[in-house]
Design a protein around this ligand. Structure first.
Ligand code: HEM
Length: 138
């Protein structure tokens, strides 16, 4: 059995990624992901209202930068639960998002870095999915 310290180290590993990967790489990975999402058959249509893709990439790139342990450098306030609820996204689409995000991470990052980022993204995606499911049932 793993001891608790090791579990804690594992679960916080993603918080080091801002340092390991750096701002430019995180921003580039996020930007590339939204280039993919734009043309995706099931996810793409939800982005049809986006006017300024560079701003979207910068905003979500910053979201990840902070989440991966970096110091904030923009004034943004995020509320992903409310945003996705408002968009009325079917909870099952989270699977498509995770497949796309995962493939993209492993294509652009060494395996251990992709593992850490994906583990964190999966947690967040499941929180969003639960929130969408609860909202649907109401
Ligand atoms: C079912 C799949 C998903 C779809 C279709 C989707 C779609 C969208 C759309 C259309 C926006 C608004 C873009 C805009 O500002 O105009 C958005 C915002 C955002 N999404 Fe998603 N999303 C999905 C899943 C996820 C997941 C799993 C995460 C995180 C792990 C995520 C993170 C974010 C963040 C951080 C924002 C910005 C929230 C804010 O501005 O407060 N999304 N998403």
């Amino acid at each position: 059995m793993k001891d608790q310290t090791e579990d804690l180290d594992q679960s916080r590993a993603y918080r080091q990624l801002h340092e390991t990967l750096g701002k430019d790489k995180i921003q580039a990975v996020v930007a590339g992901f939204y280039d993919l999402i734009k043309g995706h058959p099931t996810l793409g249509p939800y982005f049809s209202e986006v006017k300024d893709w560079d701003e979207l990439k910068a905003r979500i790139g910053h979201f990840w930068w902070i989440d991966l342990g970096g110091e904030r450098y923009r004034e943004d306030i995020y509320n992903p639960h409310a945003v996705h609820r408002y968009l009325n996204i079917p909870p099952d689409l989270i699977d498509d998002w995770l497949v796309l995000f995962s493939g993209h991470l492993y294509e652009h990052l060494p395996k251990d870095h992709a593992d850490s980022w994906l583990a964190r993204a999966t947690k967040m995606a499941e929180w969003i999915r639960t929130d969408l499911q609860q909202h649907q049932e109401k």
